[in-house]
Design a protein around this ligand. Sequence first.
Ligand SMILES: *[C@@H]1O[C@H](CO)[C@@H](O)[C@H](O)[C@H]1NC(C)=O
Ligand SMILES: *[C@@H]1O[C@H](CO)[C@@H](O)[C@H](O)[C@H]1NC(C)=O
Ligand SMILES: *[C@@H]1O[C@H](CO)[C@@H](O)[C@H](O)[C@H]1NC(C)=O
Ligand SMILES: *[C@@H]1O[C@H](CO)[C@@H](O)[C@H](O)[C@H]1NC(C)=O
Ligand SMILES: *[C@@H]1O[C@H](CO)[C@@H](O)[C@H](O)[C@H]1NC(C)=O
Ligand SMILES: *[C@@H]1O[C@H](CO)[C@@H](O)[C@H](O)[C@H]1NC(C)=O
Ligand SMILES: *[C@@H]1O[C@H](CO)[C@@H](O)[C@H](O)[C@H]1NC(C)=O
Ligand SMILES: *[C@@H]1O[C@H](CO)[C@@H](O)[C@H](O)[C@H]1NC(C)=O
Ligand SMILES: *[C@@H]1O[C@H](CO)[C@@H](O)[C@H](O)[C@H]1NC(C)=O
Length: 321
Amino acid sequence: MSFHYLLFLFFILNLFPFCFAENDTVSCPLNFTILRPALPNRPQHNTTSECHYLLQGLRLVLSDYLKRTGLFFPPLNTSESCWESYQSLLPSFNIRSSCGLETDWISQGCKNLTTTAEFEASTPNATLNDVVLNCNQSLHGSACASCVRSLASLQALHSVNSSIANVSDCTDYPFIYAAAEANYLGPTDEDTAYCLFSIDFSNGEGKKKNVNLGLIIGVAIGLAVFIVGFWFVYRKLKDSKKKGRDQIGNLENNSGLDSISESTNLVKFTFNEIKMATRNFAIDNIIGRGGYGNVYKGYLLDGSEVAFKRRLWQCVQRVLT
Ligand SMILES: *[C@@H]1O[C@H](CO)[C@@H](O)[C@H](O)[C@H]1NC(C)=O
Ligand SMILES: *[C@@H]1O[C@H](CO)[C@@H](O)[C@H](O)[C@H]1NC(C)=O
Ligand SMILES: *[C@@H]1O[C@H](CO)[C@@H](O)[C@H](O)[C@H]1NC(C)=O
Ligand SMILES: *[C@@H]1O[C@H](CO)[C@@H](O)[C@H](O)[C@H]1NC(C)=O
Ligand SMILES: *[C@@H]1O[C@H](CO)[C@@H](O)[C@H](O)[C@H]1NC(C)=O
Ligand SMILES: *[C@@H]1O[C@H](CO)[C@@H](O)[C@H](O)[C@H]1NC(C)=O
Ligand SMILES: *[C@@H]1O[C@H](CO)[C@@H](O)[C@H](O)[C@H]1NC(C)=O
Ligand SMILES: *[C@@H]1O[C@H](CO)[C@@H](O)[C@H](O)[C@H]1NC(C)=O
Ligand SMILES: *[C@@H]1O[C@H](CO)[C@@H](O)[C@H](O)[C@H]1NC(C)=O
């Protein structure tokens, strides 16, 4: 019971990390939960690669924010809670200190460009149309290549005077914009995320969690089957031992031979009847000696001649008449 309760709590905490990481003064408007399935796929062999992946993940989250609000970055007064929100997904890796990022940078964009409208106004229509033409599709293989090529011209327009911010600076804006505004599948699409941010949503944590859940259930069922099976075998062994003892005991007590199965068509004799038929197993009634016991000749009350084999806790059979 308590195990189930803990498991339940564990899942609740996993499903809603942002509920517990929020600074309740100004909550972060970014949704970092969308990144959760891609985080186990980050490179972890060196800090440079890991930081690059996490920064790209942040840009993907900003793109999701742009799609929802038309804003490229969250207000400065939420920057602390946004880092905390991101950090809550990676308890063992301090993102800001490990990657040399400052709190304010999350709220600084390219030049003065804050909204989608401002960005589009500062860009020639032909360039934007080209971007939509190439990027508004599933960004798989060659489609990704042509989208990235069209973004390069957009990048060239904005890269001259970058702002001081380097979380989402002018070179990143075209990608953040394209994933949010020029691709109908949005930044959380597996191909879009991989093409524009090198973020890997494939075989994410969701699937792993299911595998783990499957494993837990599998082990539980296996254990239950094993215990039930063990119990049956134990009971069977115990029963057969008891039966064995009973057969020996009952033969001497004349009361038994009950162990002859009811389902067979064998005739059941009491020990007394057999004793009478063989004249108490008289030596001169022995007609054969086998490895398992002697065979006795006998006469039943109806006069028919029979042979009995006497074995230790074995049944008596009517062999011939
Ligand atoms: C919210 O964040 C600010 C800035 O880091 C911090 O000073 C404050 O203590 C936080 N409040 C809560 C309730 O955590
Ligand atoms: C964040 O994204 C997740 C996954 O797409 C979604 O289920 C959740 O509702 C979103 N949360 C907010 C506050 O938008
Ligand atoms: C980290 O790994 C990347 C390749 O994955 C490599 O290019 C880079 O030089 C490495 N950096 C360090 C500091 O080892
Ligand atoms: C945070 O900043 C935004 C815009 O900069 C402002 O509209 C909002 O009132 C601020 N919130 C708080 C709690 O200060
Ligand atoms: C940015 O905004 C300031 C004032 O708000 C303005 O003086 C400056 O020209 C703007 N820069 C660009 C590149 O739009
Ligand atoms: C560019 O597009 C906007 C709106 O989409 C339109 O108002 C503007 O006239 C267009 N400019 C040119 C040069 O086509
Ligand atoms: C992108 O394509 C979808 C469907 O193919 C369409 O509904 C949408 O309007 C297109 N978006 C743009 C910006 O052209
Ligand atoms: C870049 O900034 C410099 C001075 O800060 C200015 O002279 C130049 O025109 C700017 N270029 C663009 C493309 O905004
Ligand atoms: C980010 O920008 C600041 C200021 O321009 C710079 O000092 C810092 O090295 C940059 N960091 C990265 C990771 O590019």
